[in-house]
Design a protein around this ligand. Structure first.
Ligand code: ADP
Length: 522
């Protein structure tokens, strides 16, 4: 098919089956790669319209397309949505009984299915693989392709076996899709799936209609209700780390007169589905959820996403906060964190094998660094995903809006902090170091005779919380690192440069610290 003919055919399909008039950015290029039988790697942010890229071409081609997807609920939703559009689609996963599976396989053999969704472990069964060589296979899609990479934030062992696909079906185009991929993960996906000179299409990760802000969590209920007050009768998502937090926050919000519903994997299926439906149909203000919520949910008018606890990675944050403002209208993303959140995640992440644990801990540290950084938040997120902005967002984040107060003598303060760490033989963590600098009478400090250090009480006029904040800021800016095992603070090469007065950090007081300090002094 000539290029113009291809575009027309695709637009016809878009219009006929979905009622859409035009392509979203990169959709046309992605669909063309599929039609022309090249391999591709497509990275589009959540809401970018990935599914259409790999669904529409199937309707312009002979044969059946296979879509590998990791989530059972997502498969069902997608297949239901396709059937509503009049497209013959089916799925194969562990939720089907034998009879249902047999029916699907029989439909596939008869050539009656255009799009088959399949779980990776199911696809790689010998019987399944050989059946696919007997029918006309149009192309294979690997959705959530970052799951194939150990460098990613969601490695799944079943995805590993997919590297055989290129061997088994060398003539068949393989198309990898993901919303979140740093350059390293991107390259790894191409290697793992043995993609053959793939078209690499990467959409912009910036979401200009979202405003970002970050605050330390002091009083979760009050901070969350402040956001809700700004959005009367507008739907929003509130993420918590644990199921218990979901339950208690939802309950206290409801007691205060808001209408919220909890959502987490521990609720009975029926209740969870009903709560989700109440939210989708705008019958409640907000859904309070763990990260179990959201995959495959396509609600365009979410006006705010609050993280009432630290996400485990920037990839997660991008995806979860990205559920706000899919309709392109302004929406707000608020992140409330506490130092303890990182400890909770560490305990949760501690169970995995060593290789992926190291990556998970790094991702967690990158997330913490985001909280303590002073670069435009839009820009910070873009850079993390290997892109950049021409200029700071100006009004799209708390930092550009000037919600923080810059500290004038940051170099001297930085030196005081690092000197103390040096004099403590770099053997202690943040809380302890802050206590020494504050001049605390803490038993441990006295037992170690650190009250005799020249740095003891050097920052006694500051609050412990401000000192801890500065320690985190120095870490985010690379002057300090923490040992993985005991969280001991260590001075980096840049840290030594700071001690020698060759460089200066940027230190800020948060608006909360400024307020608290004022209250303390009066
Ligand atoms: P992703 O998988 O990238 O998160 P989806 O495929 O769920 O995104 O698409 C997000 C929303 O955008 C869906 O409601 C989808 O129907 C809609 N959409 C996708 N492509 C188009 C288009 N070309 N025109 C209009 N709406 C579109």
């Amino acid at each position: 098919m000539a290029k113009a003919g291809m575009d027309d055919a695709l637009l016809d399909v878009l219009h006929e089956y979905w009622g859409y008039a035009e392509f979203r950015p990169l959709q046309q290029e992605a669909m063309t790669a599929v039609l022309e039988g090249r391999d591709s790697l497509v990275v589009l942010p959540t809401g970018g319209g990935k599914s259409l890229c790999y669904q529409a071409p199937a309707l312009c081609m002979d044969g059946m397309a296979v879509v590998v997807s990791p989530l059972i609920s997502l498969m069902k939703d997608q297949v239901d949505a396709l059937r509503v559009c009049g497209i013959s689609a089916a799925y194969l996963n562990s939720s089907l009984d034998q009879k249902e599976s047999r029916q699907v396989l029989s439909d596939v053999r008869k050539g009656e299915i255009k799009l088959l969704y399949v779980a990776p472990e199911r696809l790689m069964l010998e019987g399944m693989l050989s059946m696919l060589t007997e029918i006309k296979l149009a192309y294979i899609v690997i959705d959530e392709a970052h799951c194939v990479s150990m460098w990613g934030h969601d490695f799944r062992p079943h995805y590993h076996a997919l590297q055989e696909l290129k061997n088994i079906y060398p003539q068949c185009g393989i198309h990898a899709y993901t919303a979140t991929a740093t350059e390293q993960v991107r390259d790894d996906i191409a290697v793992q799936l043995a993609l053959n000179e793939p078209d690499v299409l990467i959409g912009s990760f910036d979401r200009p209609n979202l405003t970002y802000s970050v605050a330390r969590r002091s009083d979760r209920f009050t901070q969350v209700s402040e956001v809700l007050e700004r959005h009367p009768n507008e739907p929003g998502v509130i993420y918590c780390i644990s199921r218990a937090d979901v339950e208690s926050l939802s309950e206290s919000l409801n007691n205060a007169g808001y209408e919220t519903r909890p959502y987490h994997a521990g609720l009975p299926d029926e209740e969870r589905a009903a709560n989700q439906e109440d939210f989708i149909q705008d019958r409640v203000d907000a859904i309070v959820a763990t990260i179990a919520f959201g995959m495959g949910i396509d609600k365009p008018n979410v006006r705010y996403v609050i993280h009432a606890g630290l996400p485990k990675s920037l990839e997660n944050y991008q995806q979860e906060s990205g559920r706000a403002g899919r309709d392109g209208l302004e929406a707000e993303c608020v992140l409330l964190y506490s130092e303890q959140d990182a400890m909770i995640w560490k305990r949760i992440l501690d169970d995995q094998p060593d290789e992926s644990k190291a990556t998970a801990f790094q991702s967690l540290q990158a997330m913490q660094n985001y909280c303590h950084s002073f670069d435009c938040r839009h820009r910070y997120l873009m850079r993390h995903f290997g892109q950049d902005l021409e200029q700071d967002c100006e009004t799209g984040c708390d930092l550009c809006r000037g919600d923080f107060e810059k500290v004038d003598d940051a170099q001297v303060i930085g030196q005081k902090i690092l000197s103390s760490i040096f004099r403590q033989d770099q053997n202690f963590g943040s809380t302890y170091t802050a206590a020494v600098l504050k001049g605390s009478k803490d038993k441990k400090v006295l037992a170690n005779r650190h009250d005799e250090l020249s740095t003891y009480g050097l920052l006694k006029q500051e609050s412990l919380s401000t000192i801890r904040h500065w320690l985190n800021q120095l870490m985010a800016q690379g002057f300090l690192t923490k040992t993985a095992e005991y969280q001991q603070l260590r001075i980096t090469d840049s840290g030594w440069q700071l001690l020698r007065g060759e460089v200066a950090p940027q230190l800020m007081r948060t608006s909360q610290d400024v307020k608290a300090d004022k209250a303390r002094r009066t």
